[in-house]
Design a protein around this ligand. Structure first.
Ligand SMILES: *Cc1c(COP(=O)(O)O)cnc(C)c1O
Length: 350
């Protein structure tokens, strides 16, 4: 890895961050707070929330097997993705490299930040070729984006190929593990000590069942996390979200139970789906969804919508022609989908 200073935008490296009232006062217990122009009434919502979310991070660190200083919390993973661009990529000059197909937010954030986005196709079975990816990088490539298990394909990328990318690339490698709770593989957040150039993303939106509270996590070296903290909005995680996260972390065994239930359900739905007349191929998955190639994805998608059932139509995505992405729901929801597809008669749709 290049020295961090060479990877960070000069204005960000030199930035003196906003210092909030709650940053400046951190010490012995106080009882009179006249420092932040808050209203003294309407507790507890009158007070600004903890800007660095100490309570959440203290509970999260042992669960994720990292230190609190290696955690950034954002308004969804999307905030972390956007901050990666704002910290490392000079608009109009730098570029990033990513696999395709993959999660759409990397490209949207690149476009918003006016950063060139270079995508490199996976193979027909959605496998990563490290050589091909690295060949797309040049002296202005600051970041490589990998997503494993990948969205929308569902599969884990080969670990050896990921490691090749991390070891050979001189910049930052973002590894989005939004779905790693559903995968049997060792997550990359456990490799922070070995690889100082990785940023691993997790989220409360999937296995943790908290998409509504908008809470994403980034795990990286203390030096990289310090940069995130410098650039983020001072109070980026509100009090309600921090409180709900703490409550969820206390209930984390529910999460394990949900994951086990969803994995069992996934196997059943996938084998039933594979038997459907409309199904050409169900792709293997390590996530809480699967991708399937069907006969006439657009017509089937419309038919399902008319029946009040929404899946994701990915048929316009590269390598995903005629593919639908199906999230694993409750047994009842999944059976509704399967029943509707069993009574689908393509010819009637025309
Ligand atoms: C769903 C998803 C996320 C989660 O984003 P949030 O902003 O945390 O809700 C991140 N990455 C991928 C690949 C996803 O599919």
């Amino acid at each position: 890895m290049k020295p961090l200073q060479q990877l960070v935008r000069p204005n960000i490296w030199a930035l003196k961050p906003y210092s909030s009232a709650r940053d400046e006062y951190r010490g012995a217990a106080a009882s009179v707070f006249l420092d932040a122009n808050e209203n003294p009434y309407n507790a507890p919502f009158n007070r600004y929330p903890d800007p660095l979310q100490a309570d959440v991070k203290e509970m999260l660190a042992p669960i994720k097997d990292v230190r609190p200083e290696q955690i950034f919390l954002g308004n969804g993973s999307d905030e972390a993705i956007d901050l990666v661009f704002r910290i490392f990529c000079e608009p109009g000059t730098d570029n990033v490299v990513a696999i395709a197909p993959t999660y759409g937010m990397y490209k949207v954030c690149a476009d918003i930040n006016h950063v060139d986005y270079r995508s490199v196709l996976l193979d027909e079975d959605f496998r990563l070729d490290a050589e091909k990816l690295l060949a797309a990088a040049d002296a202005h490539t600051k970041v490589i984006f990998l997503c494993t298990p990948n969205n929308p394909t569902g599969n884990d990328l080969e670990r050896d190929e990921i490691i090749k990318v991390i070891e050979r690339f001189q910049g930052i490698v973002v590894i989005d593990e939004a779905y790693s709770d559903f995968s049997a593989r060792k997550p990359f957040r456990k490799e922070l000590a070995a690889y100082p150039n990785i940023i691993v993303l997790n989220t409360f939106s999937k296995a943790w069942g908290c998409a509504a509270i908008r809470l994403g996590m980034a795990f990286a070296s203390e030096e990289i996390i310090a940069l995130f903290n410098k650039v983020k909005y001072p109070y980026n995680i509100n009090r309600l979200t921090q409180q709900q996260a703490v409550d969820m972390l206390k209930k984390r065994f529910d999460v394990d139970k949900w994951v086990r239930t969803l994995l069992r359900e996934r196997e059943q739905v996938m084998s039933a789906f594979a038997e459907l007349e409309i199904c050409e191929r169900v792709y293997p998955t390590d996530a809480n969804f699967f991708l399937a190639r069907v006969r006439g994805a657009d017509a089937i998608y419309d038919y399902l919508v008319k029946n009040g059932i929404i899946v994701r139509n990915r048929s316009k995505v590269e390598l995903c022609g005629d593919c639908l992405r199906v999230t694993i729901g409750t047994a009842q929801e999944d059976n509704s989908l399967l029943a509707a597809l069993r009574s689908y008669r393509g010819e009637v749709q025309k």
